[in-house]
Design a protein around this ligand. Structure first.
Ligand code: MN
Ligand code: MN
Length: 340
């Protein structure tokens, strides 16, 4: 089973200048062969299909647990794409007028599916708009083969992240790739250690592979300063304990001690991205949905203000004072963690 936390794994900047062409490039990190959907589904299927778990527990725990982290990476790439697409079409109000040409400005820009099939949102596609493919999943059942594949998959994933970093300068893309380069490095080390323990082959002698100077990338360095390149989080309160039997020893590049953190990361609240009415997201007249939601909330005996936690005051057309309610909805634990 999987339990969800409504937070993202790293902080992303608020929407700024839209970049639909950049968003189309970032899609490679979502639905490309080496994207987050691939890492997520590879480790998910390998863990679902795992036989003799009790006999190979440390390796099962490692793969199953990294799968959970990859789910959050899929979420993070979507959040970056959505941030970059925000504002790419004009804000129009229905106002009783008939349709005009609000989408004219994005004709031939980026991925047309972002506007025609989707609501200015991420899609399970690569940078060419081709759908993510189940053939990208390798789950042979042979543990050494699967782990070797995973090491290579993480290598390709980091390579792709660096290329997107070098192609797209939008701050959301930079924050995303800077963080994922570091986390992918941790997964590479984890799979290299697992292979070393099983076969004696020392893949860490191949480091850094690919040769990515993460310490020279400001958006990565920031996370290395706080030790993100050393930590593997355990995404379950009670399970996957034995990954610690594999993920230990010195980091192959820095020599620092690897650490297992016995809880999921605190994460960060995501920005509540504003409606994009030109593509009817969430509606041609979003204020009507907000009214229905408010009515349902009242009927269900829920608080008058929305309970969810977002990085900004929710964008709403009504001019009600937002600040006090936003404070009330943030629990003290989360608030403290944010300032870490
Ligand atoms: Mn990932
Ligand atoms: Mn990974």
């Amino acid at each position: 089973m999987i339990r969800r936390v409504d937070r993202i794994q790293t902080e992303l900047p608020p929407p700024s200048d839209p970049d639909p062409a950049g968003a189309a490039a970032v899609q490679e990190l979502l639905g490309g062969r080496f994207g987050e959907m691939s890492t997520f589904m590879n480790y998910t299927f390998q863990s679902f299909n795992f036989r003799n778990k009790q006999g190979a527990r440390p390796f099962y725990d490692l793969i199953a647990n990294i799968a959970a982290e990859e789910f959050g990476h899929v979420e993070l790439v979507c959040a970056a794409i959505n941030t970059m697409l925000t504002g790419a079409t004009p804000q129009i109000s229905s106002n009783g007028r008939g349709p005009g040409s609000p989408l004219k400005g994005v004709k031939g820009v980026g991925n047309p599916h972002h506007f025609l099939a989707g609501g200015q949102g991420a899609l399970p596609q690569n940078s060419q708009g081709r759908p993510w493919n189940g053939d990208y999943v390798f789950s042979s059942g042979d543990l050494v083969e699967d782990l070797t594949h995973n090491y290579f998959l993480e290598t390709g994933a980091r390579n792709g992240k660096l290329k997107v970093y070098e192609m797209v300068e939008h701050p959301a893309a930079r924050a995303l790739t800077g963080f994922l380069l570091v986390r992918g490095g941790v997964h590479q080390v984890a799979y290299a250690r697992a292979i070393e323990n099983l076969t004696g082959a020392d893949l860490t002698k191949m480091f850094p592979a690919p040769r990515i100077p993460t310490d020279k990338i400001p958006e990565s360095k920031k996370h290395m300063k706080t030790g993100e390149h050393l930590r593997l989080y355990r995404f379950s309160p009670k399970d996957y304990l034995e990954l610690a039997a594999v993920f230990n020893g010195p980091h192959p590049e820095t020599g620092e001690e690897l650490q297992v953190v016995d809880e999921a990361p605190e994460g960060f609240p995501a920005y509540d991205l504003p409606p994009q009415t030109a593509v009817f997201a969430p509606d041609y007249a979003p204020e009507e949905i907000a009214e229905i939601a408010a009515r349902l909330r009242k009927k269900a005996g829920l608080p008058k203000e929305p309970t969810g936690e977002v990085a900004n005051a929710p964008a709403r057309s009504t001019s009600r004072a937002r600040k006090p309610a936003a404070k009330k909805s943030a629990t003290p634990r989360r608030t403290a963690a944010r300032s870490r």
